[in-house]
Structures are given as structure tokens and as C-alpha cells.
Design a protein around this ligand. Structure first.
Ligand code: ADP
Ligand code: MG
Length: 226
């Protein structure tokens, strides 16, 4: 269970704001193993989203590299990075970003169809994931007909629909009340444990952070244990 899934090596990320250069990641090192759930806990504005976007190949590091399953991804073409994101990375945001005109099942089918799976197979997998997230009965509902907790469960199911290697979640329960957040987290944790995913989850919720395998924070552009 010690297989490294994703590794950040000396990652730098800088933004230019007017005349100022803002350094967010400054030689950040980090690695995540199969089956491991890590909480990223840091105040707003310190760079949690930047870190997750860089790890998730949505942003490129200015220096250093992101290694996914042994493959250096920082300098790959946009096309290659998109393919890796589609197959190997699941992303969950604070807002669900589900497609409003499609049902829960269809939303979970979508990434599988993009990948080229036959619709029947994609539907079966979507139903299994809904069942796993304990919202099987909500499959035909559109996002607007679901509660906040249900919407996030669908978003999590969609993120793992293509059986990625790593799940990156940016305050996934940040909009939920504490009880709902706890239930959604339980479902997410069960999924991670069952599938052997590696997960990095930004959260402000210290109770949830305590339930993960370890906790890290951002300090002066580095990722350090908490
Ligand atoms: P967090 O998710 O921890 O709240 P972010 O990663 O969103 O932090 O942002 C870290 C810092 O970088 C903030 O000061 C933010 O204003 C700045 N920042 C984020 N994205 C950009 C960008 N595209 N351009 C300029 N500054 C940015
Ligand atoms: Mg953020």
C-alpha cells in the first residue's frame, strides 16, 4: 500500500499582480500513495486551489514537476495533459458544477461517454456509483431537484466515473451544514478506501481533517505536515 501515485517535485507557482510578483508555491514537495487520504488545511488565500489545480494538471508549474504514476507531466502538451486529466484525475469543487439540464445518472455517464465507453456500460457504472453514494433513488433527478449534499455526492461520483488514480477535492463540503458534510465525507471516504484511490482534500473542517490519514498545510510556499 505504499505505491506513490502522485508526486510534486520542487513545484513553483507565481502570479503577477500589477507590479508585484506573488509567490504561491516555492519549491513545494509532496507525495501521495495509493489508498491514502490527505487533508489540505490552510487559510484562504494561501494557495490551496493553486496547489490542487497544479497537481490536477489544470495549471502548469513555473518550475519543478508533477509526476503522475511515474510520468512527468509538467512539460507534456496540452493535449496529453487533457487526456491524463480525463483518465487519471478526478476533481471535485466546492460548487457541484453539474450540468443542469441532465439527470444525475447522465451527469455521471458524461465523462465515460467522452472517454468512449458504450452508453449502456456508462449507465451501469453510473448507477453503481449512485448506489455506492447511497443516492440510487435520485438517479433520474436533475441537479436542481437535489439537496446540496446529494448534489455533492453526484459530483463525487462523476469525478470517479472513469476510475481515476487520484481524486483532488477543493473544499468539497464547504457549502454544506456540518451534519450533511459528515455524511458526504463518509461516502467519499468509503469510495476512496474501496477503490484504492489517492485523495487530497482541501477543507476548513477540522473534524473531517482529523478523519483523514494525515494533514498538511502551506507555509511559505512549501507543503508541510500539520
Ligand atoms: P486558496 O485556495 O487557499 O484560497 P488560491 O490558490 O485561490 O488560495 O490563491 C492564492 C493566492 O494567489 C491568492 O492571493 C490569490 O489572490 C492569488 N491568485 C490565485 N489565482 C490567481 C491568478 N490567476 N492571478 C493572480 N493571482 C492569483
Ligand atoms: Mg481555494
Amino acid at each position: 500500500m505504499n505505491e506513490t501515485i502522485i508526486e510534486l517535485k520542487a513545484v513553483e507557482r507565481h502570479y503577477v499582480q500589477g507590479q508585484r510578483k506573488l509567490t504561491i508555491l516555492n519549491g513545494a514537495d509532496f507525495s501521495l500513495s495509493r489508498g491514502e487520504m490527505v487533508a489540505l488545511v490552510a487559510p484562504s488565500g494561501t494557495g490551496k486551489s493553486t496547489l490542487l489545480h497544479t497537481a490536477g494538471l489544470l495549471e502548469r508549474p513555473d518550475a519543478g514537476d508533477v509526476i503522475l504514476a511515474g510520468r512527468a507531466c509538467g512539460r507534456l502538451s496540452d493535449q496529453e495533459r487533457t487526456a491524463i486529466r480525463r483518465n487519471d484525475i478526478g476533481f471535485v469543487y466546492q460548487f457541484h458544477h453539474l450540468l443542469p439540464e441532465f439527470s444525475a445518472v447522465e451527469n455521471i455517464m458524461m465523462p465515460q461517454l467522452v472517454k468512449g465507453l458504450p452508453p449502456a456500460e456508462a449507465r451501469t457504472r453510473a448507477m453503481q456509483l449512485l448506489d455506492y453514494m447511497q443516492i440510487a433513488k435520485r438517479g433520474e433527478h436533475r441537479p436542481a431537484e437535489l439537496s446540496g449534499g446529494e448534489q455533492q455526492r453526484v459530483a463525487i461520483a462523476r469525478a470517479v466515473a472513469n476510475a481515476p488514480l487520484v481524486l483532488l477535492a477543493d473544499e468539497p463540503t464547504g457549502n454544506l451544514d456540518p451534519t450533511t458534510a459528515s455524511y458526504v465525507f463518509d461516502a467519499l471516504a468509503a469510495l476512496v478506501r474501496q477503490s484504492g484511490l489517492a485523495a487530497l482534500i482541501a477543507t476548513h473542517n477540522h473534524d473531517l481533517a482529523q478523519r483523514m490519514d494525515r494533514r498538511v498545510t502551506l507555509s511559505e510556499g512549501h507543503i508541510v505536515p500539520l
